[in-house]
Structure formats: structure tokens, C-alpha cells
Design a protein around this ligand. Structure first.
Ligand code: PLP
Length: 386
């Protein structure tokens, strides 16, 4: 019967972001604050390494875990930047982006019916991947606690079936960074009720005015943490598909079984480029970070002045702004703004509970475009003022 497909897939809706962006394709003169992607090309030193690989015929598979040289680079980077210590030989897998890491990690730990607590609004891939792994997503609305997961709310969601929580900090879509004392409180719950903490730290290099704490660096937490990170955002390498997952050997060795059959390895050209990125691209990363910070400061200030109250987010390259002062819900606001002013933003409802009433704007676009987008948003809000 070829017309009988995976039933589990029927539970999984298409990506809300993609659905929205189908509308943008082909539309003229649109300023997109939609896609969460750096507006920089990958730094030249990294691209050059990729070219070197191609020119020299370095095009083979690598070890399933990834090039040892890259795993060593990741290990010392995590040690120096975040005080996390991982053994390159047994505690790190190089993945095809964080996306793959999330997928195989969930498939590694979940049995049918196991629950995963998901503070929302959050990045759109977690919920479907939990479902596809046979798990049950337990969403938790963080909007009432300033978009920071409240440990008391988490505790109320815990059941004997709780297997993990997924933290995304700095957050997509809010840009909020979970403070250290909250991380410690979440860690205490994880110890008390014995569950995993998956910490997606893909935006950890994009931090403004504060100090970042990696969950795995907290006392006693390494053994129950899966650290997920990668090169897409910090090094402007989205198209290279390069990430890494770090955790205790028992989890990593099992995840490797899935990775070796389903992905085999991340592309070798990207892996050598990753080695170069970690060795020599730090000044470029800092320049990009500083540039995002400048745009963030402008964007938050202007959105607040327009009357769309915006979170004082300290990371990533997103602003999360309330549209409650307008007559529209998130989706209508985003659709009308696109239609009338040709500015694309993402309605907050696609990111799960607590996202309704907000829009996500990615400010990783040129200052000039941002200024035009802001004046169009201003005109739109004024025209529809009640
Ligand atoms: N995690 C978060 C929080 C993201 O925002 C994204 C992409 O937008 C990803 C993971 C996917 O990253 P990658 O390109 O490494 O697969």
C-alpha cells in the first residue's frame, strides 16, 4: 500500500515559518526581517579553507564522529570560552548542524510516551522532532515570567514520565538569555527528578552586555546535560551544515549509532572549514557580534518608540515585539504588514504557547534596510491606530 504513510507524521504540522515565507517568495520590494540568518558571508579565511579542500581533492568521508582535529578544536574552544570540558575522543560528535544533533539526541533518549518539557515560545524544530522520536511534548508558557522559564512552572509540569527539558538560550525567537541563578534552579530540579537537560546554545557567541553561562559548566550538571551548538550563526556558516553535540559518553556512543547510519558524517569540506573557524576567525566573529549589537540597540529603541513594546533581549539577533497595542493578532499583523508595507516578520504564534500577541523580527539585515523597515512599520501602526 503505497498511499499509507507514516502515521506519526500526521501529527506534525508544516513549519509555521516556512508556511509564512511561501507568501514572501516572488513578492517585490519586500524587506525581510523574517529568516533567522546572518547577513554576512562566511569570513574569508574559512571560505578559503573550503576552497583549499576542493582544490586539493579533500572530498572523502571522515570518521563518523567527525575529524579528530575538529573535535579537539571544539573541546578546547568549549573549555576556553565556556569552562565546559569534553573529551574529544568519546564525548563529542560533529553533526550536520544543530538540527541533526537535536534529532538524534531525542531519538537516543526517548521511549514511546516519554515526556519532554518545552518552554515556549521556542524554536520550531523541537516539538516535531520530539513527536517523530515517539515522545510527548509538554509545552510550558513562559510569557508570564518575562519569557524566562520559571522553575516553579517547570516543577508543575514534571511527571514520572519526564525524560528531558529543552532549553534554548539565547532564545529563538525572543533573544532572551536565561540568567545563571535560574539555570542553577533548573539544574536542581533535573537532579531531584532525574531528567536530561538539552541545552541549545547555538547563539551563545551573540551576547550583548552580559556574561553567558553554559549549562554544562554548572556544578554536577555535565552528566545530565547535552550541549548542542554549531557554526551556523556565530560564524555565519548556515549553508555549511556544521554543528556539534557534547555529552556523557553513554549518550554520545548511542547517538553515534544513529548518526553513523543516517548521516555517516558531516561534510569534510565544512569540517576543515570549522577547524579554521575555531583557530582563526575569532576577530571576525567579534566584528559581526558588535555589528548585530549596534542594530539591536537601534531596533529595540525604535520599535518601543513606535509603540510596539519590545523585550530587552540580550542575545541572538531577534527582537520580540508586542503587537497588543494594535487591533491585530500576530498572524493578521504579519500578513497585513507584508501586504500593505512589504515588510516580512514572523508571527509569534508559530513559536508555540505565549507567542500570540508578538512578532519576531530578525535584525540581521543592513542598517539602511532596517531604517526603511522601521519607517514602514511606523506608518502601518499609525494608519491602524484605534
Ligand atoms: N537551534 C536554534 C535555536 C535555531 O534558531 C536554529 C536555526 O535557526 C537551529 C538550531 C538550527 O541550526 P543549524 O543550522 O545548526 O541546523
Amino acid at each position: 500500500m503505497i498511499d499509507d504513510y507514516s502515521h506519526i507524521l500526521d501529527q506534525v504540522p508544516p513549519s509555521g515559518i516556512r508556511r509564512f515565507f511561501e507568501l514572501v517568495i516572488g513578492a517585490e520590494d519586500v524587506i525581510s526581517l523574517g529568516v533567522g540568518e546572518p547577513d554576512f558571508a562566511t569570513p574569508w579565511t574559512i571560505r578559503e579553507e573550503g576552497i583549499y579542500c576542493l582544490e586539493n581533492g579533500i572530498t572523502s568521508y571522515t570518521s563518523n564522529k567527525g575529524l579528530l582535529e575538529l573535535r579537539q578544536g571544539i573541546s578546547s574552544y568549549l573549555q576556553h570560552r565556556y569552562a565546559c570540558s569534553y573529551d574529544p575522543s568519546s564525548e563529542i560528535i560533529v553533526t550536520s548542524g544543530v538540527s541533526e544533533g537535536v534529532d538524534i539526541a531525542l531519538r537516543t533518549i526517548l521511549n514511546p510516551g516519554d515526556e519532554v518539557i518545552l518552554p515556549e515560545p521556542t524554536y520550531v524544530c523541537y516539538k516535531p522532532l520530539i513527536q517523530l522520536a515517539g515522545g510527548v511534548c509538554v509545552p510550558m508558557d513562559t510569557s508570564k515570567s518575562d519569557f524566562i522559564p520559571d522553575p516553579a512552572d517547570i516543577e508543575r509540569k514534571i511527571t514520572p514520565k519526564t525524560k528531558a527539558i529543552i532549553l534554548c538560550s539565547p532564545s529563538n525567537p525572543t533573544g532572551m538569555v536565561i540568567p545563571k541563578d535560574t539555570l542553577i534552579a533548573i539544574g536542581k530540579l533535573a537532579e531531584k527528578y532525574d531528567f536530561w537537560v538539552f541545552s541549545d546554545e547555538i547563539y551563545s557567541e551573540l551576547i550583548y552586555d552580559i556574561t553567558y553561562t553554559s549549562f554544562a559548566s554548572l556544578k554536577n550538571m555535565k552528566k545530565r546535560t547535552l550541549l548542542l551548538s554549531g557554526f551556523s550563526k556565530s560564524f555565519a556558516m548556515t549553508g555549511w551544515r556544521l554543528g556539534f553535540m557534547c555529552g556523557p559518553e553513554a549518550l554520545i556512543s548511542r547517538a553515534l549509532k544513529i548518526h553513523q547510519y543516517s548521516a555517516l558524517c558531516a561534510p569534510i569540506i565544512s569540517q576543515y572549514a570549522g577547524v579554521e573557524a575555531l583557530k582563526n576567525a575569532t576577530p571576525e566573529v567579534e566584528k559581526m557580534r558588535a555589528s548585530y549589537q549596534q542594530r539591536r540597540n537601534l531596533f529595540i529603541k525604535k520599535m518601543n518608540a513606535i509603540g510596539l513594546t519590545t523585550l530587552d533581549s540580550k542575545g541572538a539577533f531577534y527582537c520580540f515585539s508586542s503587537v497588543r497595542s494594535t487591533p491585530f493578532d500576530s498572524e493578521t499583523f504579519a500578513l497585513k504588514l507584508l501586504e500593505e508595507e512589504r515588510v516580512a516578520v514572523v508571527p509569534g504564534n508559530v513559536f508555540g504557547q505565549g507567542g500570540e500577541g508578538y512578532i519576531r523580527c530578525c535584525y540581521a539585515t543592513s542598517l539602511d534596510s532596517l531604517k526603511v523597515a522601521l519607517s514602514r512599520i511606523d506608518a502601518f501602526v499609525k494608519r491602524h491606530a484605534t
